[in-house]
Design a protein around this ligand. Structure first.
Ligand code: NAD
Ligand code: MG
Length: 396
C-alpha cells in the first residue's frame, strides 16, 4: 500500500481546521498530519499535536514557541515548533507535503497559501480572502505550478461538483449559462431594518444553520460573505460577475447550482456540515466517509428561495461593484471589511456601520492595477488606514 498523504493544516485550531482533523482521523490509512498551525488558542494546539503527532507546529511568536516546544517535549513528542509567517510558508511548501488545507482566516492566510501554490501542492482552499485579494496573481501561480486547486467553501465545492470536468475550457464552451450561488440570508434575514442598528456581535454570530468562526459569521450576517464568494466564484470558474446570481435559500440544503444552456440545472445537496466539502476535496476524485449524517429529505420537507434585498444587505452590492471594478478593488473591499468586522466584534461600531465604512473606503481610494503581490498588500494597507480613519473620525 502507498504511504498516507502528508497534510498540512494552516489554521488547525479554527472551525475548518478542526473539521479537517476530524475527517483525517477517520482515515489514518490515507492521511497523516504533517504540520499544524495555531494563532491564539495555543493550549488547544498542544492538544491537537498530542492527538495527531505532526512533524511541525507553527505559532505566531517566539515566546509562545518556547512554551509549546517545552510542553511538547514534556508530552514525549518530537514535533518541532516554528514561528510566524516564515514558519507557515515553510510548512506549506515542505517537499514532503502532499496537500495543504488553507484555513487561516483573512488576509493573514495569503502568503502561506501562495507558498503552497508555488510549491505545486494540492490546495484545499477555505481561505477565500486570499483569492479575493489576489485573484489574478493567485490563478496565474496555480497555472504556473500545476497545483490542483480544490474549493472548500461549501458553495464552491458544490459548484465544482456540478461542473463538467473540463470547465476550465470556459463556461461558454461547456454549455454553462450561469452559476446560482445560494445563501442562507443569515440571522438578520427577517429582522426589522430599524433594529439592525442595535444587534449585538453575539446575535450576528448566531448563524441559523452553520457553526463557524466569528469573522465569517459576521460576514454571513451582512452577506459580505456572499459578496466575497461571488468574487471567489469568478476566479475559480472563470466567470463574469454577471454570470453569478445570488439566491437566498434559508434551509442551506442546496449548497449551490449550475444552470446549463439546455435548461438543466444541477445542484449539490447535503446537511450543512463542512466535513462534506472537506472530505470531497481531500479524496477527490474519489469519495470517502466524512462522518456527516445522510440527508433526510422528509424531515426537511420544503426548500424555499428568494431574491436578495440589497437595501437590507448593502455589503452584497458593494462586493458586486468591487467584483466588476476588479484590479485593486476586491483587496480594498476585503481589507476594509476585516477592519470593520473586527471593530464590530469589539463593540466599537454598530452593525450597519460595517457597510458605511467599506463604502467610504471604496469611494475614497481609486482603483489601480495590481501586477504583483506588493501592489495587493499596498491596496490592503491603504484600505486599512482609511477604515481606521473612519473609526477615529467617529470617536471609536
Ligand atoms: P476560525 O476563526 O474558526 O479559525 C481561523 C484560524 O486561523 C484559527 O486556526 C486561527 O488560529 C488562525 N488565525 C487567525 N488569525 C491568524 C493570523 N493573523 N495568522 C495566522 N493564523 C491566524 O475561522 P474559520 O471559520 O475556520 O474560517 C477559516 C477560513 O475558512 C476563513 O477564510 C473562512 O472564510 C473560510 N470558511 C469557513 C467556513 C466555516 O464553516 N467555518 C466555511 C467556508 C469558508
Ligand atoms: Mg460558503
Amino acid at each position: 500500500m502507498s504511504r498516507p498523504q502528508q497534510i498540512t493544516v494552516l489554521g488547525a485550531t479554527g472551525s475548518i481546521g478542526l473539521s479537517t482533523l476530524d475527517v483525517i482521523a477517520r482515515h489514518p490509512e490515507r492521511y497523516q498530519v504533517f504540520a499544524l498551525s495555531g494563532f491564539t488558542r495555543l493550549s488547544e494546539l498542544l492538544a491537537l499535536c498530542v492527538r495527531h503527532v505532526p512533524r511541525f507546529a507553527v505559532v505566531p511568536e517566539a515566546s509562545a514557541a518556547r512554551t509549546l516546544q517545552d510542553d511538547l517535549r514534556a508530552a514525549g513528542l518530537s514535533t518541532r515548533v516554528l514561528v510566524g509567517e516564515e514558519g507557515l510558508c515553510q510548512i506549506a511548501a515542505d517537499p514532503e507535503v502532499d496537500a495543504v488545507m488553507a484555513a487561516i482566516v483573512g488576509a493573514a492566510g495569503l502568503r502561506p497559501t501562495l507558498a503552497a501554490v508555488e510549491a505545486g501542492k494540492k490546495i484545499l482552499l477555505a481561505n477565500k480572502e486570499a483569492l479575493v485579494m489576489s485573484g489574478a496573481l493567485f490563478m496565474q501561480a496555480v497555472r504556473k505550478s500545476g497545483s490542483v486547486l480544490l474549493p472548500i467553501d461549501s458553495e464552491h465545492n458544490a459548484i465544482f461538483q456540478c461542473m463538467p470536468q473540463d470547465f476550465a475550457r470556459g463556461l461558454g464552451k461547456v454549455g454553462v449559462r450561469r452559476i446560482l450561488l445560494t445563501a442562507s440570508g443569515g440571522p438578520f434575514r427577517q429582522t426589522p431594518m430599524a433594529e439592525l442598528a442595535h444587534v449585538s456581535p453575539e446575535q450576528a454570530c448566531a448563524h441559523p444553520n452553520w457553526s463557524m468562526g466569528r469573522k465569517i459569521s459576521v460576514d454571513s450576517a451582512s452577506m459580505m460573505n456572499k459578496g466575497l464568494e461571488l468574487i471567489e466564484a469568478c476566479w475559480l470558474f472563470d466567470a463574469k460577475p454577471s454570470q453569478v446570481e445570488v439566491v437566498i435559500h434559508p434551509q442551506s440544503v442546496i449548497h449551490s447550482l449550475v444552470d446549463y444552456i439546455d435548461g438543466s440545472v444541477l445542484a449539490q445537496l447535503g446537511n450543512p456540515d463542512m466535513r462534506t466539502p472537506i472530505a470531497n476535496a481531500l479524496a477527490w476524485p474519489e469519495r470517502i466517509d466524512s462522518g456527516v449524517a445522510p440527508l433526510d429529505l422528509f424531515a426537511i420537507a420544503r426548500l424555499d428561495f428568494q431574491a436578495p434585498d440589497e437595501e437590507r444587505f448593502p455589503c452584497l452590492r458593494l462586493a458586486r461593484l468591487a467584483a466588476e471594478a476588479g484590479n485593486s478593488a476586491p483587496a480594498m473591499l476585503n481589507a476594509a471589511n476585516e477592519v470593520a468586522v473586527a471593530a464590530f466584534l469589539d463593540g466599537r461600531v454598530r452593525y450597519p456601520e460595517i457597510a458605511s465604512i467599506i463604502e467610504e473606503v471604496l469611494n475614497l481610494e481609486p482603483v489601480v492595477a495590481v501586477e504583483d503581490l506588493e501592489a495587493v498588500f499596498t491596496a490592503d494597507a491603504k484600505a486599512r488606514v482609511l477604515a481606521e480613519q473612519w473609526l477615529s473620525r467617529h470617536g471609536r
